[in-house]
Each structure stands twice: as structure tokens, then as C-alpha cells.
Design a protein around this ligand. Sequence first.
Ligand code: 9MR
Length: 311
Amino acid sequence: MVLLGNILVLIDTVLLFSSKEFGMITPENYQKWFATEPVRNQFNFTGADYIVKWAHKNGQAVRGHNFVWHSQLPDWLNNGTWDKKTLNSIMVNHIVKMGSHFRGKLYAWDVVNEPYNDDGTWRSTIWHDIIGPEFISTALTTAHAVDPFAKLYINDYNVEGVNAKSDAHYNLAKSLLKKHVPYHGFGIQGHLVVAQLPKDIPQNIARFAGLGLEVAITELDIRMDLPNNAKNATLQANDYKTVVNACVDNRACVGITVWETSDDYSWIPGVFPTQGDALLFDTNKDPKPAYYAVADALKAAKVKSHFNSWP
Ligand code: 9MR
């Protein structure tokens, strides 16, 4: 089976639960810039270290998340006035300090997160607007130099099927690989809506695999309009099965990570107040039909492990 992962909060009961059910962990918010470099060049690894240690004690791999993103940046970085050279050196310093602290401990890093708009144009961010699109190759090259063991990912949402945004990523991948930039994996976040899955997830995974990249579903959740009911729960289970099958059917797809374990910890109600119940376990930590659908799909998978090349 592909490695099933989840993200975590720093609560031991949740961690314990996670280590029974999942083979991989992403430390949700603990490696983001606001948490790790709250003051310029002063680093705090406490939260992430706790999770990484826990994961390794329990034989779990860790996905690093993330180096360069426009969101959850500390105020000093957001509010500063930066020229290109200075911002570039701030980005490089962050990657060097973070990457070397976690060197050899992480399976992968989301080096760049969400660089495009849904229409495939560049998202306006400090990274793109001040440094220019080359921030991506600089970030990847720097990350590879400090942690040559980690698989380096670019990660985004709304890129599950073939569309303008995944086209932009596909073209970016082609151009980076042509220039031999160290780029190893395309992260498909998978924040999806029940009964609205794109039909061409397998085709999309296949085209990135065709470039020689690995692919991972990195932040899967499938939300529904509340209240939940039997019909939605069944549709959701079916959608989870569709996503898992799309991954296990392609050797290049190495992992599926759900973005939290139980519905009470999900980010969704805070952002989409009328939606939720997107995960595999309900608020009582009881498995939902989606959980059994995922388990059955993994059991039925023809290829048992794609995740075999690390470290
Ligand atoms: O799960 C994260 C939530 O706790 C934060 O408030 C939120 C802030 O944007 O980020 C959430 O995780 C995001 C992830 O880091 C990147 N992809 C989208 C996720 C959901 O917003």
C-alpha cells in the first residue's frame, strides 16, 4: 500500500491515535515560517522537533511543510520593505537553517507551496513579486544542498484534475527538470468537496509521473454541506475510495496524507462555516464509512508499496 499519513496537533492522545493508524505525519503548522522564525534569524524548532521525535519513535515518516509560502508568515517578514537581494537572502537563510536542522529526518519537504492562482497565472506574493519566478529554482537548489536525502516537492490545491492551474505546474515541472533543478515530487493537496471530484485525477497523476516526478496526495479532506447524513456519508466514502484508487493505481504516487485525523480538528469549519465532516474519523474519534472505504481500497491495491526509496 502507499503510505497513509495525517497531520497532527501537539496533543499526545492525538499523536497516539495517529501512530496506530498512519505511517506518515505532517506537522500541520509547526514548521511554517511564523512558528519557526518568529524573529528574523531566530529559530524555534520546539513544536516540530516534538512531532518528528514522536514519529520516529513510532516508525512513521515525516513530510516537512513548508519552506516558501505566502501565508502564515511572521509580521517582521510581511511588514518589511525588502529589495530583491535581501529577500532572496532571507529565503535562502530560512531554508538553510530549517533544512540543516531537520537534515536526514524528513522524507520530503514542501519547498514551495501554492505559487499559482487557479487560472494558472503566478500568485502575487512577496516571493514572486520581489524575487521573481526564479525564487522557485533558488529554493529547490538551496533545499537540496542542505538536505540531499529529502524529496523536494512543490505543493498546491485545486490541482487534482487537469486544469489551468495544474497545467501551470506541469509546464513549470518540465522547465525545472530540463534545467536539472532538483525537483522530485508534485504535491496534490486534495482539499475536495463531496460529489464534486474532478474525473481526471488518474490522468493528471499520470502526466506528472510521465515527467519522472513522484506524486503524493498531501492534504486530503473531502468536505460536505452540513448537517451530515447517510447519503453524504456514502458519497464521501465513495469519493475517498476514488482518490485512494487514483493514487495506488500509479506507481509514482507514493503517499496519501489526510489533513487531520478527526473532524473536530479540521480547519474547514473555520473557513467554510456551512461545511465540514471532511475526515476519516468523526468528532468522537469513531471511524466513518470513509475510513472503511480507504482501508478496503488500500487492501485491494495491486501494488503493495510505492514508498521504498528513502533514505
Ligand atoms: O491546517 C492549517 C490551519 O490550521 C491554518 O489555520 C491554515 C492557515 O492558512 O493552514 C492550514 O493548512 C493549510 C496548509 O498549510 C496549506 N494548504 C491549505 C491548508 C488549509 O488551509
